[in-house]
Design a binder for this molecule. Sequence first.
Ligand SMILES: *Cc1c(COP(=O)(O)O)cnc(C)c1O
Length: 496
Amino acid sequence: MKPAERVGVRKRLLPGGFFALHITCWRLVMTPRRSWAEPWKIKMVEHLRMTTRAEREAAIAAAGYNTFLLPSALVYIDLLTDSGTSAMSDRQWSGLLLGDEAYAGSVNFYHLEQAVRKFYGYKHLIPTHQGRGAEHILSQLCIKPGDIVPGNMYFTTTKVHQELAGGRFADVIIDAAHDPDSEYPFKGNCDLAKIERLIKEYGADRIPYLSLETNVNMAGGQPCSLENMRATRDLCHRHGVKVFLDATRAIENAFFIKKREPGYADKSLADILSEICACADGCTMSAKKDHLVNIGGFLAVNDDELAERARNMVVIYEGLHTYGGLAGRDMEAMAIGIGEAVQYDHMAARIGQVEYLGCQLIEAGVPIVRPIGGHGIFLNAAKLLPNMPREQFPAQALAAALYVESGVRAMERGGVSAGRDQDTGKNLLPKLELVRLTIPRRVYTQAHMDVTAESVIELYAHREKIVGLRFIHEPKYLRFFQARFEPVKGNKVLLD
Ligand SMILES: *Cc1c(COP(=O)(O)O)cnc(C)c1O
């Protein structure tokens, strides 16, 4: 894209007013308006280092072609994850100085409890070091061996904790979620017929709860509608099955509801969030996402008895129930972050930036998951590299090649992340074979998005030079984090 055209793109990007129900690209729905800029200014900077291609080739080989194993000092624009990578505000940083580091009953715990009650509406708060700490406790307390846990698509850590507790995950997301080209606006929705079938097949007794994820990560950051969440809750409750929310990105989900679901345009994100939370008996939360902090999470529930059991368990694995593995200062930053995350301007800029990057790629013909989701752009590696066998992990290879090309770090979300079948031991090959370019909150500017788009478009133009990979080391659990690979031929993932 010529620079002049890019300026044109930037001028027309405006958060708010750019979503339509069946959006294909901003061009179709946006009317030219005045320029838009990030709703913050920069107070402290961290220098970025550009590397040479030779340095990056050596680094990715040393990392076993796994972007998780790269030292961040060798990364230029880091889109590995939006987890814990947000820039905190000056108010959050000042909150750190108000840390009350008492072992028990820290002031900051009560601040956080107040914020969770106000915005999420659940009665009991059990802090944990991050989201998986809460998933561990919930799974251990509620799942018995042989149980089935339905969910709207799996999430890696959620599923492994369900399995370690003896349960089995069952996917009940609508079929459209597995189709990267479907433009359905609520691809996170549950398929009620699939839930009913599970209840019929196994009986409600063997289904301790349904795990309802907001803005479904593995589907591409795709939201659920309130209508569907209510129907899911009603169906489950009719059969005595509980519903627990994975509320990690519930506020991003609230933004999409405001934009896309009839009747919510004039409601605040905070009001929509309350309505989402009312669809569940409690939630697990990774505060490293929506809450704009670098560490933290919680379990929140309404049931007194479950809360009592959770408080008893958190003390074994995380810490006392008034800190759960966090410093007092971390809880203060979280409490402040919740209030910032529900601000419309913040969320419009956050999701608008993702949209901005995605539109440039769509314009250039790069296949990505549609509609553009909340926390990142997902390149459709299966479509981008149609001749590479799935057993050679096209998404893993594409992420490695993108790093070599540009120093931009992305991550695989496909066959490697999916792992192996519990019974057969065979590699699971999910329909979605994706590379996720995840956008940290308040960290990068639109200029960084331009550079990222150019890098992906450049690589797309010579994608036939990307070489497939095979495992040389495969960890047992959550293998994508620490696996190592080698090219199936030669010693390069991206030929010269
Ligand atoms: C990140 C994430 C988790 C796990 O949270 P951690 O804080 O990384 O332990 C769970 N669910 C979803 C949807 C997530 O994105």
